[in-house]
Design a protein around this ligand. Sequence first.
Ligand SMILES: NC(=O)NCCC[C@H](N)C(=O)O
Length: 404
Amino acid sequence: MAQPTAHEHQVTSEVGRLRTVLLHRPGAELKRLTPRNSDKLLFDAIPWVGRAQEEHDAFAQALRDRDVEVLYVTELLQDALEYEVARNEAISDVLSDHRLGDQLRHVVEGYLRDLDPEDLSHTLIDGLAHEELKTGHGLVYRLMDRLDFVIDPLPGLLFTRDNSAWIGDRVAVTSLAMPARRRESALTGLIYAHHPRFAGVEPIYNPALEHVEGGDILLLSPGVVAVGTGERTTPAGVERLARQVFTAGLAQTVLAVPIEQQRATMHLDTVCTMVDVDTVVMYPPIAHSLTAFTVTAANGDLRVSEPRPFLEAAAEAMGLDRLKVIDTGLDPVTAEREQWDDGNNTLAVAPRLAVAYERNIETNAQLETAGIEVIRISGSELGSGRGGPRCMSCPILRDPPPAV
Ligand SMILES: NC(=O)NCCC[C@H](N)C(=O)O
């Protein structure tokens, strides 16, 4: 395996040229979704899995066509699981589930220990159904429904943005808020801890800390981080992350940005993403109502400003006269439809070059009118989990952004 070189992992902005990205190609874990469990597993529809894979392959290819190196969670996880210590950690994490009880825990442990790294990585992601375990023993197992999972599948892993986020040359292994997604960061944490590609990387955050999800973290400019707080990232999570990044010298300003606690706006990146060093695309109804508390370090503690309009606070922290907004200018119904379908969730591959779902016709037209080149991908199936190109990608290496 290739040895890491200096700056193989470094992300200081949303828009510097993207060099390396971590994706998860959806697989058998999506085949576990049924109308019975999709709410709990945070999908709004039952995806056609083969088509979702085709859409995802096209997304990955669009990135490779722009010379972006695409890494896959499954491949990195398999490599990491070659190491005994990583296998033990992965298995212990699964066994810590209190639903199992001692007897079933013992059976599950035996089952997992017999798997080779490839099968183990699939089981960790795809989950394990009651009927697949084929044991008749034990109270818990016998009381479970035949369709229950002994190990829950992780369909949310598709959204690699949320379970880890790079800030500078450090990674935040996040603390996911929704029970259905918590185990994801155990897997990404394992990759960063044990895969030789990440040797020497020291995470600045871990899943035991207050809830923080990557979709809420926006690297506005080097040293300026906006963190949404709403349905997922808690105020305590923002505070903890601010302390961590200040202590590590990764930022001088954190903007805490309250967002509405509802599914449509589950993360900051569902309503606002960056497409240039001084330009965001934003959901019109919130563009001028979003506020931010500016958080800075002060004598070993945190100084917190009064709330101000987000656009003003962000521009000031970034040293800009103003932050330009691509105000999609849509009628309210179209805007609401396109926001729901992740029209605001763009992934910048470079300044003024962004990946977006093709279905958001009007938002994409507005982006182009503003001079942004749009790489359209289809997402009819991928979008059933409520996430767009930014949610589906975790940048690991970007060039520094150009000066404004
Ligand atoms: N950053 C994002 O907005 N990620 C999308 C996550 C979708 C996933 N189904 C969830 O509800 O957590």
